[in-house]
Write a protein that binds this ligand. Structure first.
Ligand SMILES: Nc1nc2c(ncn2[C@@H]2O[C@H](COP(=O)(O)OP(=O)(O)OP(=O)(O)O)[C@@H](O)[C@H]2O)c(=O)[nH]1
Ligand SMILES: [Mg+2]
Length: 301
């Protein structure tokens, strides 16, 4: 809970936390709804999702007989919470080797997230993690992943810069099996959906891993930069057309006042958010908890 509160400070102090002061103790009228609508849109909840929240709130207000604006916070919290679905357990146990493929646009936070995830799964959840440096495209990407591997104390399988990413993934899968590792996390180069070659490469990585381990990859997580707001939604649509995205990780929520985008993401995409990034340090990746998240957006009573 504490890490959500500190990570979401910008969003809380800029938007949601201000609602109590903004509303005071008068009776609810049209202006009240207009004020809430403006606040939600500024926090990047999105136009459509904002309407869903307002409708839901109005129903709650009617049902519970709320008449004064100072009671409306509770209804808002409840409406927001109802949009968020607790993520299911990731599909990464119950077999000798599970493979997680990490994808996303350039700079969304993939490699950093993999470092944090490796640390969490390896050192907190006691799973034997190994990493594949599948970003052979960007200079320094391999070294960056190797540094995270050292920090998280997990092995990294890498090839040559400029080499074939699918071959690296093949080698990593074989190495993972030979060394008895439980979870292979594959880093990939950042890409735009318009880059045909790189999108083809993703398909190749997918099929290579499936050749060595049945049904792999078991999870395909799209990393979305939380500071890009509504743009992230469009990216998600494009990636879904190319690979079977099974879940999301939303990063950099500590660096934005527009953390409301997570409500739009869940409402629009219906994909589970498994983890959120709330900082740059190794333990700043936390499993997503809707209840903690919503609470962190409001000032404590
Ligand atoms: N504040 C903050 N910064 C983050 C978070 N996650 C990642 N970053 C930063 O975002 C920047 C980009 O991170 P990378 O992990 O290199 O992103 P990437 O998606 O691997 O980038 P490419 O491989 O170039 O596509 C780095 O400076 C990270 O420290 C987060 O949760 N919070
Ligand atoms: Mg990277």
């Amino acid at each position: 809970m504490g890490i959500f509160r500190s990570g979401m400070t910008k969003t809380r102090t800029s938007f949601f936390g201000r609602i109590a002061q903004m509303l005071g103790g008068t009776d609810i009228d049209e202006e009240t709804w207009d004020d809430i609508e403006a606040l939600l849109i500024q926090a990047d909840v999105g136009v459509e999702t904002t309407q869903v929240v307002l409708e839901d709130m109005k129903q709650r207000v009617r049902k519970e007989g709320i008449t004064r604006t100072d009671q409306i916070n509770t209804a808002l919290k409840a409406s927001l919470a109802s949009l968020l679905v607790p993520p299911p357990q990731p599909n990464i146990s119950g077999r000798p080797l599970s493979i997680i493929l990490i994808v996303g646009v350039n700079g969304s936070g993939k490699t950093t997230t993999i470092g944090k995830l490796a640390h969490r799964l390896n050192n907190i959840n006691s799973r034997k993690v190994i990493l594949a440096a599948g970003d052979t495209f960007r200079a320094a990407a391999i070294e960056q992943l190797q540094k995270w591997g050292e920090r998280a104390n997990v092995p990294v399988i890498a090839g040559r810069p400029g080499g074939d990413a699918a071959a690296v993934v093949y080698d990593a899968t074989e190495a993972a099996k030979a060394r008895g590792r439980d979870i292979l996390i594959v880093d990939t180069a950042g890409r735009l959906h318009t880059n045909y070659n790189l999108m083809e490469e993703l398909a190749k990585i997918k099929s290579v891993s499936a050749k060595v381990v049945p049904d792999a990859p078991h999870e395909v997580w799209l990393v979305l930069d939380g500071t890009t707001g509504q743009n992230a939604l469009q990216q998600a649509d494009k990636f879904r057309e190319m690979v079977d995205v099974t879940g999301l990780i939303v990063t950099k929520l500590d660096g934005t006042a527009k953390g409301g985008m997570i409500f739009a993401i869940q409402q629009t995409l219906g994909l589970p958010v498994h983890y959120v990034g709330l900082g740059e340090r190794i333990d700043d990746l936390v499993p997503f908890r809707p209840d903690f998240f919503v609470d962190s957006l409001f000032e404590e009573a």
